[in-house]
Design a binder for this molecule. Structure first.
Ligand SMILES: [Zn+2]
Ligand SMILES: [Zn+2]
Length: 389
């Protein structure tokens, strides 16, 4: 059991000022996962991750799986799935016709099984070669479960390339629903503490100046719109959080007119997925296209000033970057750059090689020297961050 340093800090601050330094929702969310360790599982020290074979364009799913498997808190949390009556599996039941065997229909159960095989010790010895075969079988099985599972269909045809963001959203729902709320409502709270960004819109009337708080909105990603010019990620934040103009009927003065809307963070997730919106629409041609604008970002992302309660720092550390090459997000190839206990690595299909910080942070990845799309440009698409505590 780890000591919650923040809880102690918060208590001290409350004692001094009499005010909490985080929103009530944030305090509740954080306390729901205080029992989960935030460090890499101890048995992984000195271990390496593996590349994943991608039959039939599976890179859009496996890039997401890899990013998820590089989040220490998530590894610790999914290890608790289906281990006690309170974490019982929603989907451990008889299969649908043609589906996998009973108790094998839960993507989360499969992910838990894949995890210790994904992280391996010495890549050279014979036992490890067996583990690699087992690992690839387990990954195939995970994909079958995703296909036949009861958790709702994937947004795309299972045989074709899909959007990595769509697959992340699928996994987001799996995490939340893995234990029924009737059995243990705390499970979904934990899933939300890990992944859900809760936004509270606030409208300020331009006529009378009154501010009204709107109902909160839960999001699985922070979507940032890219423009035509290269920008730093910090410069994209105001486009989402800061004042946009909306027209409405003001409940205070009764005038129908312009209000400014600010979107503030009421609860920030432990794992934040930043989605760089790369799909644009060409009105003239009536078709979608990929926005290839380069984006600059650092190892850290600070969101302190975008909270409903700014009493404490909100800072994230970059954990992995899913990059895409191709003309639309539903074709081409995905690769993952990730930070693990063994350093920074780039993974393209089953190839995995060490990279340096400038590669990890590159606005466009041009030096991809392995895999089917070597020589092509890869654009950062999904950025996985872990909350700094
Ligand atoms: Zn399960
Ligand atoms: Zn008004």
């Amino acid at each position: 059991m780890s000591i919650d340093v923040r809880a102690i800090r918060d208590r001290r601050l409350r004692q001094r000022t009499g005010k909490p330094n985080r929103s009530a929702l944030q305090i509740a969310r954080t306390s729901s996962i205080d029992h989960v360790n935030r460090h890499w599982p101890q048995n992984l020290s000195g271990f390496q991750a593996r590349g994943i074979v991608n039959p039939r364009n599976m890179c859009y799913r496996h890039s997401v799986i890899q990013s998820l498997l590089h989040c220490p808190l998530l590894l610790q949390w999914i290890a608790t799935h289906a281990q006690t009556p309170m974490t019982q599996c929603q989907w451990a039941q008889p299969p649908l016709a043609g589906g996998p065997a009973p108790a094998m229909r839960c993507p989360l159960c499969e992910l838990r099984r894949v995890c210790p095989q994904y992280w391996c010790a010495r890549p050279s010895n014979a036992a490890n070669a067996t583990n690699i075969r087992q690992f690839h079988r387990s990954v195939q099985h995970l994909q079958k479960v995703v296909l036949y599972g009861p958790t709702g269909s994937l947004p795309t045809n299972p045989a074709s390339q899909g959007d990595a963001s769509g697959f992340y959203q699928f996994m987001y729902n799996v995490f939340q629903d893995a234990t029924p709320a009737t059995v243990n409502p705390a499970w979904m709270e934990q899933a939300q503490a890990i992944f859900t960004l809760t936004i509270q819109p606030r409208l300020t009337c331009k006529n009378c100046g009154a501010t009204t708080t709107q109902p909160s909105v839960d999001q699985d990603e922070l979507i940032l719109q890219l423009g035509n010019d290269p920008e730093h990620i910090k410069d994209l934040l105001p486009g989402f959080f800061d004042d946009t103009i909306v027209t409405r009927n003001c409940p205070t003065c009764g005038v129908s007119g312009e209000s400014t809307q600010a979107n503030l963070i009421d609860a920030a997730p432990e794992i934040l997925v930043v989605h760089l919106q790369r799909t644009g629409f060409n009105r003239k041609k009536g078709q979608f296209f990929k926005i290839t604008t380069p984006i600059t970002f650092g190892k850290w992302l600070e969101l302190t000033n975008y909270q409903t309660n700014r009493g404490s720092t909100l800072k994230y550390k970059l954990s992995s970057v899913i990059c895409h090459s191709g003309n639309s997000m539903n074709e081409g190839h995905y690769i993952t750059d990730a930070l693990g206990p063994d350093g920074m690595f780039r993974t393209s299909d089953r190839d995995r090689w060490k990279i340096k910080l400038p590669d990890f942070l590159a606005p466009v990845k041009t030096n991809v020297d392995k895999g089917p799309d070597s020589g092509k440009d890869f654009h950062p698409y999904l950025l996985f961050y872990t909350k700094n505590t």
